[in-house]
Design a protein around this ligand. Structure first.
Ligand SMILES: [Zn+2]
Length: 258
């Protein structure tokens, strides 16, 4: 089936957005489950992406590993979402939830068609610029560790994480704080003299916490892609509570439908 990526791939000066996505098969399920016990959780996601992304309009043949790595991660999540939609055939998958008020467990049906897709093509809800795929920022306190002169650098741009960025951070099995800082560092595509991949987590460690939190919110509040409604109602006591973010691969593609 043909779909339009919410962000698109930068390729030889063009932005490629039209892709063909395949419906998951038993063979894919077997291959994903075969690597579930392995050390690297990202292997499952790579197998799913290699299978699901049949072709990109503008690139001959099956996309190479290098191309897959350059895809923006929100686009990759969108491809997983399309695969789940193709597979569920109108029967929505259910996930276990535990009510924080009455503490009873229940299954929540996830209507995948209710997800909204925030694209970067002028919907106006994201601060990410469609041409540069980034948002400019100015820090209140700058970073002094980027060059030998120890000059303070405050102005930069935050971009969108790629599949390679996500895989590297996830495969490192870092604790929550470390992976958050690594992700922000990798998302920065410009800060003073530093370009993409040239800001490290250590550079951000000396910043006041509020600056790091501002960068984190700037990314999380504006990142494009698939978004699910963030709350669920308990069927027993009617309490409405926030649900954890949905991971389409582990919540749907790997699980049984019931
Ligand atoms: Zn309840």
């Amino acid at each position: 089936m043909s779909y339009t990526l919410p962000v698109g791939l930068d390729y030889e000066g063009q932005l490629l957005r039209d892709v063909e996505v395949a419906s998951p098969t038993g063979g894919l399920l077997k291959r994903m489950r075969d690597v579930m016990t392995g050390k690297d959780r990202t292997a499952i996601y790579r197998i799913a992406l290699e299978f699901g992304l049949q072709s990109i309009d503008g690139i001959q043949g099956k996309p190479s590993k290098e191309i897959l790595g350059r895809l923006y991660f929100p686009d990759v999540e969108f491809i997983y979402h399309c695969m789940a939609l193709l597979d569920c055939d109108g029967e929505w998958p259910r996930v276990m939830r535990s009510c924080p008020r009455c503490e009873r467990e229940f299954k929540q049906e996830i209507d995948l068609s209710k997800a909204t897709v925030l694209a970067l093509d002028g919907s106006g809800k994201s601060k990410f610029d469609n041409d540069t795929r980034s948002i400019p920022f100015t820090l209140g306190t700058g970073v002094r560790t980027l060059d030998a002169t120890e000059a303070e650098h405050k102005d930069g741009r935050i971009g969108i994480l790629t599949f390679d960025d996500w895989s590297t951070v996830t495969a490192s099995k870092l604790l929550f704080g470390s992976s958050m800082l690594q992700s922000i560092a990798r998302a920065i595509v410009e800060l003073g003299p530093a370009g993409r991949g040239e800001v490290s987590a250590a550079d951000l460690e000396k910043l006041p916490a509020r600056e790091v939190k501002k960068l984190e919110s700037l990314y999380n509040d504006n990142v494009p892609g698939v978004q699910f409604p963030g709350t669920v109602d308990c069927p027993y006591c009617q309490e409405t509570f926030p649900v954890p973010p949905i991971d389409v691969v582990s919540d749907f593609l790997l699980r049984s439908a019931g």
